[in-house]
Design a protein around this ligand. Structure first.
Ligand SMILES: *[C@@H]1O[C@H](CO)[C@@H](O)[C@H](O)[C@H]1NC(C)=O
Ligand SMILES: *[C@@H]1O[C@H](CO)[C@@H](O)[C@H](O)[C@H]1NC(C)=O
Ligand SMILES: *[C@@H]1O[C@H](CO)[C@@H](O)[C@H](O)[C@H]1NC(C)=O
Length: 397
């Protein structure tokens, strides 16, 4: 889930010492979302109406105890099977704040916002997102631009819903393209670096796959991918199978299910009494979980980057491996017939704690398939989120 973040801090291009503007494409959960409520039904302890917008994703107060139900109901998406689109839960309007500066991606919870230069969170920051702040801070320092130079963009047109997938991002991509061109021009016709994290990477790939080569040659310097989810992740199946309603209605979760290009027909991903599921049994899996909308959403999203068409720009593919605490989910074994985490045993394997190693290495499929170079930097022990603050990554950038 993400919102795209455009920032004009710079990285050094080693060949010619030119500084390139960078555009950040955050991953799942990497941005804030605000909501305004005018609902007709809700649990008695949840608000039905709000005067204006409040912080919905992620609001620590709402994640607390009972109100987690309110959060779940306000965050969930409703699928329209005929139009193949998702909408907000009835009575909920959402918007994404803070376009054009990094604060909303540096700190997910506005209560915790602080100056990145002092690196002093006011209160205990519990979200791992603080490591993202580190990355942004380091890049700003490396650029020598104090305070950064942020583009002042019109936020409403440059956001996408953090729980959806690229098949619903047409407007966003149009504006993203214009933004890249504008960033290029504002920076004295200097090519732009796209820096993605997690799901921001397949989103960027989808975008690049839909641009003419001449456009990419003109505007894009390189695509730096941190912890890219190229072939999905078994962890997404845990979100589906255990009861977390807002995840179950999420196109982004359906999109990030394991790809049949990466998992074979003999590999069991989900095991339960009387039934095993491979990557070819997702229809059955959704049926057995009583999530028919989920299957339609899966069909809408499964082919978005399935063919792994090369991006046609220079790629720096950076990811962790052999992360031990925790290891990466590889197979789900349910002891009983209930879909819940009490009956679930997870078999762990290699990866960055969230994404399986084979998916992280998906960018290597492009080696020899495009004239532009593919650089690969695997980092032992670099966790999916911690990679944002990893010193080897900062040094490499
Ligand atoms: C809230 O919803 C009701 C019923 O749909 C509608 O009549 C009312 O105008 C809405 N209020 C606001 C402030 O949008
Ligand atoms: C823009 O580029 C031109 C030509 O390379 C150069 O002479 C000029 O100083 C640059 N301007 C800025 C503001 O960097
Ligand atoms: C599911 O797979 C396990 C091995 O992983 C096997 O022991 C079991 O018999 C299989 N169950 C079914 C119903 O095929």
């Amino acid at each position: 889930m993400f919102r795209l973040m455009i920032v004009s801090f710079m990285v050094v291009n080693c060949e010619c010492k030119i500084l390139n503007p960078v555009i950040l494409v955050p991953g799942d959960g990497g941005s804030q979302i605000e909501a305004k409520l005018n609902k007709s039904t809700a649990n008695p302890w949840c608000d039905l109406h709000t005067k204006g917008y409040y912080n919905l994703w992620v609001n620590q107060e709402e994640l607390f105890f009972l109100t987690v139900d309110c959060f779940t109901d306000n965050m969930r998406l409703v699928y329209d099977q005929h139009k193949h689109v998702t909408r907000n839960s009835p009575g909920v309007e959402t918007r994404i704040p803070g376009w054009g500066h990094t604060k909303t991606v540096e700190w997910l919870d506005p209560e915790r916002v602080t100056d990145v230069y002092t690196n002093k969170p006011n209160q205990g920051v519990t979200f791992q997102i603080c490591s993202r702040t580190f990355l942004v801070g380091q890049l700003k320092d490396a650029s020598g631009i104090k305070g950064g130079r942020f583009l002042d963009m019109h936020s409403d047109h440059l956001t996408f819903h953090p729980l959806k997938a690229p098949n619903e991002f047409a407007d966003f991509f149009k504006n993203f393209k214009a933004l890249i061109e504008e960033t290029y021009t504002l920076n004295n016709n200097t090519k732009v670096v796209l820096l993605g994290h997690s799901m921001g990477n397949p989103t960027t790939l989808y975008f690049l796959n839909h641009q003419p080569q001449a456009w990419k040659d003109k505007f894009i310097q390189s695509f730096i991918s941190l912890a890219g989810v190229w072939g999905g992740s078994v962890k997404s199946l845990i979100l589906l199978a255990t009861v977390r309603q807002q995840q179950r209605s999420m196109p982004s979760t359906a999109w990030l299910m394991p790809s049949d290009k990466f998992w074979g027909k003999d590999e069991i991903l989900v095991e339960r009494p009387g039934r095993n599921y491979t990557v070819h049994d997702f229809k059955q899996l959704f049926t057995d979980m009583n999530l028919i909308d989920g299957w339609h959403i899966r069909k809408d999203t499964a082919n978005l980057i399935r063919s792994l068409t090369p991006p046609g720009v220079e790629v720096h593919c950076i990811h962790g491996h052999d992360v031990q605490t925790p290891q990466t989910p590889e197979k789900l074994v349910f002891k009983g017939h209930m879909w819940n985490d009490k009956q679930l045993n997870v078999k762990m394997g290699d990866g960055d704690g969230t994404v399986n190693i084979r998916s992280l290495k998906g960018c290597l499929h492009w080696q020899g398939k495009q004239p532009q170079k593919i650089y690969h930097l695997p980092i032992e022990g670099a966790d999916h989120m911690e990679i944002l603050g990893n010193k080897d990554v900062i040094a490499y950038l």
